[in-house]
Structures are given as structure tokens and as C-alpha cells.
Design a protein around this ligand. Structure first.
Ligand SMILES: Cc1cc2nc3c(=O)[nH]c(=O)nc-3n(C[C@H](O)[C@H](O)[C@H](O)COP(=O)(O)OP(=O)(O)OC[C@H]3O[C@@H](n4cnc5c(N)ncnc54)[C@H](O)[C@@H]3O)c2cc1C
Length: 559
């Protein structure tokens, strides 16, 4: 199997440039990762390049739900709701460690968008479309039952509620688990490598010139087919093609999430509630915090750096305080934020919330294929559709491709996801928590690790045992083992890769990071052989991100 260590990154990239690929995927978000896995598991030789880190774009900045999109029922997007609704269970089955059932409460309020009867019918249809099992179907609640389910809800306007199932996930980790699975099937995926222009022969695109942002060198990668899966940058990459942007174009909308310490918004369970302007917002308790989002506003700024502004904060605070008045939240209570861009497809006259979340494929006369729209939840189906097209084209062009397999991902467990039931995940946590007491590591660390790395936690535990003599402090020992894993098994090359996308700590444990990140930077320096100035630069880079998540100025100047 290909080595996915940060130390092998250069070799992997050179290898990619040395032989023609069947398929070059541009973009290492969930869409590109899903495509790489689907194509590699059918037998194609696949290269994937990502200009920053894997999941650096929208795929680390979503609401982090694998959900059917209840809201889209109101827009009669029946086919979309059915498809993503069914995909939820498939993604859960294939990655039980990171796609976890989450009961959601839909409060029914005076003046809300749906009354008791419509909510009941809506949730029933939602379950039916997704083929939800009997014991997980929606349950309608009266006012008292709803208040019991969530005592913090505003009572004077509450009429009742509906409880139904969704799944929560970690978007960046779902992306990296797909990338690792693609690697296991022979794909070659490299971060910090940007497509800067295409290479043509006879007016057909036959490759791309990429810039390696680590070495600073340009390389040419040749490929039979190129898929542009660059999310919000899809049009930037279409514009580089001889065909340019024909017919449809992207429409970017920004969504912001804000994070509170759990004790500031101590809700018992996840809630999906109406806002005065007709939008709907999630409030989700998780890992010692509660996060709330999202906004949905047109975006015309720099694609690379959407930020949270004071007006985003005010809008969200206003919505939460109306639904949870006892919380009385203020800007000062916010402990972290993130902002992301939806790469939607433009439709004349539609507002951000009305734009369809359907995905579409654009086929240029040069042969360049682009895919945009869609949801994190539907990534596997998006991948299947575009790889079907790639395979069809290859088969019609060359005999050597006649024996390619059909799509393999329906029942394919992702890296770390070798569990048959949720109980198996829990049993695994209990067993491993017991084992690490030998090296005095508190069991609670194991739960965190398993919900990130699944069965791959064993590799981290083995490393922690190895470090037993070297590091006396059990907490630091497990931190170093986890960091070692991120470097050697997940191509983390910078402190930001590790603290933002491999572990999500900047969002969920920002308060603990102030003291911890310099220690982790030193450890990373030792593992990657950095000199002192490199370690200091990495610390400074992270500190900037650390500060920016709480800088809400409208004209934040970003480096
Ligand atoms: C606020 C918000 C909340 C959301 N919540 C949910 C949710 O809860 N559930 C859900 O199912 N969906 C959700 N979505 C939608 C979902 O997050 C996106 O559909 C999905 O993440 C898009 O993934 P992507 O891979 O297409 O794009 P991205 O993740 O942006 O990936 C594209 C990648 O391409 C790279 N790239 C760009 N240019 C180049 C180049 N020249 N060379 C190489 N690489 C390049 C970028 O760096 C980037 O990493 C949400 C979206 C937003 C914005």
C-alpha cells in the first residue's frame, strides 16, 4: 500500500508526475475524496491534488451533519430528500465511528413555518422517503413532552414538537477517511499541490501543470481524464479551460457557525428551529460545547477566506436568544466560530435559501469534467455518477478499460470503520479504555480517539505504549502518539493541519489550546525535524488562525 506519511509526500507527488494517470481529481474536499475512492476501487489509476490541506475548503466548515435535508421538503425537492435521506444510513454503516445517530428535536411554535399537522406529515414523509427503520421513525410530542425533551425552549410560543433521527459527523475526518481508503485502493493523493493550468493536445485536455507549494516547483501530471471537484473554486478552474464558463455557473453562499461553552447553552439535545426570516437553524451539543448555525447569505468576497462578521454573530445570537431566552447569550460568550461557502448552482431570481442543493456535472468540449452543488451527505452518490461517466468514456475510447468493475462503495467500510453495529463501537471503546490504564492514560481519551480514528486507534495506542519510557506525563504521551499518527498516516505537514482538520480542536476545544499548542508545535518539530525558526513560524501561523476565529470585524485583513 502507498505510504501516506508526510515524509513520503514528495516521493508520492514525483510518482504521480512520472506516469500517466487514468484520472486526475482536482480538489481534496469530500467530493474529490469520494471520487478518488470510487474510481480507485473500480481499478483506475488515480491521482488527486489539493492546493491546501485535505478538507481545507468547505468540507471542514459545514454543520457537520449527515442529514436528509428536512427543509428541502418545503421546496418539494423530493428526489433530493430521498437520495440524501437514504445515503445517511449508508454513510453511517460504512463509517460508524464518525457518523453517529443524533436525535433531533423540531419544536413547533406559534407563528412557525409548520403547524402540528404539517410537521407530523412532513416528518412522516421524510422518514418514508429515506426508508427509516420502524424503531427510528419520528415521534410527535405534545407541549409537556417537548419541554421535557428540551427544558430550555421558549415556553410561551411552544405548541409541541417532533423527534426524528439524523447523524452527526466530523466533515474533515469523513474526508480524510475517504482519502485514506482511496490510498488503500491504490490512489495517490497529495496535499499542498495546486493545478495552475491545463495541458492540451489536439484541443483536448491531457494533463495539468501543478505547483508544489512545499518545494515551490512546478510539475506536469498527465491524465486520460480530469475531474474538477474544486467546490467553491469549480468556476475558477473552469475559467482556466479553453471552454471557459458555459451556460450554468456557481452561486456561492456563506454559512457561519458559532460555538459556546456547553454551560452557556446547556441544551439536552440537538434542536432544529425556525428563525423569524423563514430560515432554520441547528443548535447541537457536542464535546463540551454547543454550536449553532447556520446563516445563508450571498457571498462575493475572496473565496479562500470567508470569515465570521459581527452581523453574522448578531443574527445568530438574536435567533438563539429568541428560542432559548434563559440563555441570554452575548458576543463575549462565543468561544469559537467557522465560516464556509456553499458551492451551489445559480438559478435566476432565487434567494440563497431557495437555491437547490442538487449536484450537477458540467462537460466541456475540451473533455474537462466538473462537478458542483450537492451536500456532504450525498458525496458517495455524486462520486458514483461522475465515475460512471468517466468509465463510460474510457471504455468507449480504449479496449484496455473493458474489465473495470462497477461502483464498489455501497458496502465498503471506510478506513477505521470496520464495525458491524454501534454496540461494537461502544465495546471497542470499553476494551481499549481498559487496556490503556496500564500506561495510566485516562479512558476518556480513548472515546475521543475512537470517534476520530475508529479501529485505527489501535495504531495510536501501540505508539503510546512505545512512548511509555520517553514521556512520563500520560496526557502528553497520548497527544504525541496522536500527532505521530497524523504525520505518518494522514499526511499532516503543519500544525494547522493537525489542530484544525485532523482533530477539529480549534473549533471544539479552542479554550484548552492556548497552553497546549506551543507544546504540540515543539513535538511536531521533533517528529518532522524542524529547526527552531520553522517551529516558530508554525506557531505563528496557528496563532493567527486561533485569533481570527474570534475577530468579527467586517473588514478583517487576512494573510
Ligand atoms: C455553512 C455550511 C454548512 C453545511 N452543512 C452541511 C451539512 O451539515 N451536511 C451536509 O451534508 N452538507 C453540508 N454543507 C454542504 C457541504 O459542506 C458541501 O457540499 C461540501 O463540503 C462541498 O465539498 P467539496 O469537496 O465539493 O468542496 P470543498 O470542500 O471546498 O473542496 C474543494 C477543494 O478544492 C481545492 N482546490 C481549489 N482549487 C484548486 C486547485 N487549483 N488545485 C487543487 N485543489 C484546488 C480547495 O482547496 C478545496 O479543498 C454545508 C455547507 C456550508 C457552507
Amino acid at each position: 500500500m502507498r505510504n501516506f506519511s508526510a515524509l513520503h509526500r514528495q516521493t508520492n507527488l514525483e510518482e504521480m508526475a512520472a506516469t500517466e494517470q487514468d484520472l486526475l481529481v482536482v480538489g481534496g474536499g469530500i467530493t474529490g475524496a469520494g471520487i478518488a475512492l470510487d474510481a480507485a476501487s473500480r481499478g483506475l489509476k488515480v491521482g488527486l491534488v489539493e492546493k491546501h490541506d485535505f478538507a481545507w475548503g468547505t468540507s471542514s466548515r459545514s454543520t457537520k451533519l449527515v442529514h436528509g435535508g428536512l427543509r428541502y421538503l418545503k421546496q418539494f425537492e423530493i428526489a433530493l430528500v430521498r437520495e440524501v435521506g437514504m445515503e445517511r444510513a449508508i454513510v453511517h454503516r460504512n463509517a460508524r465511528h464518525i457518523v453517529i445517530p443524533e436525535k433531533m428535536l423540531l419544536p413547533i411554535v406559534e407563528g412557525g413555518s409548520l403547524g402540528q399537522t404539517m410537521s407530523s406529515i412532513g416528518l412522516w414523509v421524510y422518514d418514508l422517503l429515506a426508508g427509516v427503520k420502524n424503531n427510528e421513525r419520528r415521534r410527535m410530542l405534545n407541549k409537556t413532552e417537548t419541554m421535557d425533551a428540551e427544558p430550555m425552549l421558549r415556553k410561551d410560543i411552544l405548541n409541541g414538537g417532533g423527534l426524528y433521527y439524523e447523524y452527526r459527523t466530523d466533515d474533515a475526518r469523513l474526508t480524510i477517511e475517504n482519502i485514506k481508503s482511496a490510498i488503500q485502493h491504490g490512489a495517490n493523493c497529495v496535499n499542498y499541490t495546486e493545478v495552475v493550468e491545463y495541458v492540451y493536445e489536439n484541443k483536448k485536455v491531457v494533463g495539468a501543470i501543478v505547483k508544489d507549494h512545499i518545494s515551490g516547483k512546478n510539475l506536469t501530471i498527465r491524465a486520460k481524464k480530469i475531474v474538477n471537484a474544486a467546490g467553491p473554486w469549480v468556476d475558477t478552474l473552469r475559467a482556466k479551460d479553453t471552454d471557459g464558463i458555459q451556460r450554468k455557473r456557481l452561486h456561492l453562499t456563506k454559512g457561519v457557525h458559532i460555538v459556546f461553552p456547553y454551560d452557556k447553552l446547556p441544551i439536552q439535545q440537538a434542536v432544529y428551529f425556525d428563525v423569524e426570516d423563514g430560515r432554520m437553524i441547528f443548535a447541537i451539543p457536542r464535546e463540551g460545547v454547543t454550536y449553532v448555525g447556520t446563516t445563508d447569505t450571498n457571498y462575493n468576497g475572496e473565496i479562500g477566506r470567508p470569515t465570521t462578521t459581527q452581523s453574522d454573530i448578531d443574527y445568530t445570537l438574536n435567533a438563539i436568544n429568541k428560542m432559548f431566552p434563559e440563555a441570554n447569550l452575548r458576543s463575549e460568550d462565543v468561544v469559537s466560530t467557522w465560516a464556509g461557502l456553499r458551492p451551489l448552482i445559480h438559478e435566476d431570481g432565487k434567494s440563497p435559501s431557495e437555491l437547490s442543493r442538487k449536484d450537477e456535472i458540467f462537460e466541456a468540449s475540451s473533455g474537462l469534467l466538473s462537478i458542483a452543488g450537492g451536500k456532504l451527505t450525498g458525496y458517495r452518490k455524486m462520486a458514483e455518477r461522475i465515475v460512471n461517466l468517466v468509465v463510460k468514456q474510457l471504455k468507449s475510447e480504449e479496449d484496455t478499460y473493458q474489465n473495470l468493475k462497477d461502483c464498489q462503495t455501497l458496502n465498503m467500510r471506510l478506513s477505521g470503520g470496520n464495525f458491524e453495529t454501534q454496540e461494537e463501537v461502544e465495546q471497542f471503546i470499553i476494551r481499549r479504555s481498559g487496556e490503556v490504564t496500564q500506561i495510566k492514560v485516562p479512558g476518556m481519551y480513548i472515546k475521543h480517539l475512537v470517534h476520530k480514528y475508529g479501529t485505527n486507534t489501535d495504531i495510536i495506542i501501540e505508539k503510546a505504549f512505545e512512548l511509555h519510557q520517553e514521556i512520563q506525563d500520560p496526557e502528553l504521551r497520548i497527544h504525541k502518539a496522536e500527532l505521530w499518527y497524523a504525520i505518518h498516516h494522514e499526511m499532516s505537514i503543519s500544525l494547522c493541519d493537525y489542530l484544525i482538520r485532523r482533530t477539529g480542536r480549534l473549533y471544539f476545544q479552542r479554550q484548552e489550546l492556548g497552553n497546549l499548542y506551543p507544546i504540540l508545535a515543539e513535538m511536531m518539530g521533533e517528529l518532522l525535524d524542524w529547526d527552531e525558526s520553522k517551529t516558530l513560524r508554525e506557531m505563528a501561523k496557528f496563532k493567527k488562525e486561533y485569533e481570527e476565529v474570534l475577530d468579527f470585524s467586517e473588514n478583517l485583513v487576512l494573510g
